[in-house]
Design a protein around this ligand. Structure first.
Ligand code: SF4
Length: 299
C-alpha cells in the first residue's frame, strides 16, 4: 500500500497566529478565558487547558473584570467585541484576517443597500459572528431554503470562509435562477487555505482508493473534506489521532491519501503518517514471514 500526503493540508496561518497569540496571553496574564473553542480540535483543547486557560461559551454573559479574554479565530460581531472590550480586564482578538474580510464584505453589501445573505451553517460560531451585527440577515445552506429569502430587489451574498466553493457557487446560481428580476451580488469570501485544501483533495481523489482525513469531529472544514471524498466514492475515515487508525481499514487498500482540516496540528498529521507507514510495513509481510518472524527474532 502506498501513502500519499495532500499537497496542501492541515493548519492554516489564521489558526497558527491565533494559537501563538493565545500562548502570549497565557504567558502575560495569570487569568485567561478563551471565549469559545480556539479551533475545533480536541488535541489543541487539551494543550490549552494544560496551560491553565479557561474556556467559556462565545456568547456567555460573564463577569470578565479579572480576566484576559481571548476572541477566537472564528471572530465575533463588532457589537460583541465592543462589549467585551468594556467588560474584560484585557482582550486579545485572534479573529483571522480572512474572517474579518468576510465581515467587511457583508458590511459593504449592507451599506450599498443589499439584503445580507450568508451561505453557511446557522449555528456555527463564525456565522453567528457574521450576522451578529445584522439581525435581519438570512442564513442558508441548501437550495430548499431559497424560498425563505425575503422579497427584496437586491440580495448581497457572502459565504462562511470554510464552505466548499463548489457548493457556494451552485447555491448562488440557484438563487439567481429563482430571483430573475432581482439584483443578486455575490462576494466570494471562501478563504484561500480552504480552497487550496479542497483542490489538493481533488488531486488525491484521482489516485487514491482510501482517504484518511485528520481533524476534529466538529471541525467544519474537516467534515467538508471527508464528505467530498465520500461523495467521490472513496472509502473515507475521519480521525482525530493516530490511535484512531485501524489496520483492517487498509487490508485491501492500494493507494491511501491523507489530508487534514485547517485546525489540525502538523505534529498530529506527522504521527498519523508514521502510524500509516507502520501499518503498510506490517501488511507487506506475507503470512509465512509472519509465522517465521518469532523464529528469526530468536535465531
Ligand atoms: S480556515 Fe481560513 S478563515 Fe479560518 S482561520 Fe484558517 S485561514 Fe482563517
Amino acid at each position: 500500500m502506498k501513502i500519499h500526503l495532500a499537497s496542501h493540508y492541515g493548519m492554516c496561518f489564521g489558526v497558527r497566529e491565533a494559537l501563538r497569540a493565545t500562548h502570549d496571553a497565557a504567558a502575560s496574564s495569570p487569568d485567561v478565558t478563551l471565549l469559545g473553542q480556539l479551533v475545533h480540535n480536541p488535541v489543541v483543547d487539551d494543550h490549552l487547558s494544560q496551560l491553565g486557560i479557561r474556556r467559556a461559551s462565545p456568547d456567555a454573559v460573564l463577569d470578565l473584570r479579572q480576566t484576559h479574554a481571548v476572541i477566537t479565530a472564528h471572530g465575533t460581531s463588532d457589537a460583541r467585541r465592543t462589549a467585551l472590550q468594556k467588560a474584560a480586564l484585557k482582550v486579545t482578538d485572534t479573529t483571522c484576517p480572512l474572517v474579518r474580510k468576510a465581515h467587511d464584505a457583508l458590511a459593504l453589501l449592507v451599506a450599498e443597500g443589499y439584503h445580507p445573505v450568508v451561505i453557511g451553517q446557522r449555528d456555527h460560531v463564525e456565522v453567528r459572528g457574521l450576522v451578529g451585527d445584522f439581525p435581519s440577515a438570512s442564513v442558508l445552506l441548501d437550495a430548499a431554503e431559497i424560498d425563505q429569502l425575503p422579497a427584496h430587489q437586491r440580495l448581497g451574498i457572502i459565504a462562511q470562509t470554510t464552505q466548499p466553493l463548489e457548493r457556494v457557487l451552485t447555491l448562488v446560481a440557484a438563487i439567481k435562477t429563482a430571483r430573475p428580476d432581482d439584483e443578486v451580488r455575490f462576494i466570494d469570501t471562501v478563504c484561500h487555505p480552504t480552497k487550496q485544501r479542497q483542490q489538493a483533495l481533488e488531486d488525491l481523489l484521482q489516485i487514491c482508493d482510501v482517504l484518511v482525513v485528520v481533524g476534529g469531529h466538529n471541525s467544519n472544514n474537516t467534515r467538508q473534506l471527508a464528505a467530498r471524498a465520500a461523495a467521490a466514492g472513496a472509502s473515507v475515515y475521519q480521525i482525530e489521532r493516530p490511535t484512531d487508525l485501524s489496520p483492517r481499514w487498509f487490508r485491501h487498500a492500494k493507494n491511501v491519501g491523507v489530508t487534514a482540516g485547517t485546525s489540525t496540528l502538523d505534529e498530529t498529521v506527522r504521527s498519523v503518517m508514521d502510524r500509516l507507514h507502520e501499518i503498510a510495513a506490517e501488511q507487506s509481510i506475507t503470512p509465512l514471514q509472519r509465522l517465521l518472524l518469532p523464529l528469526t527474532q530468536h535465531a
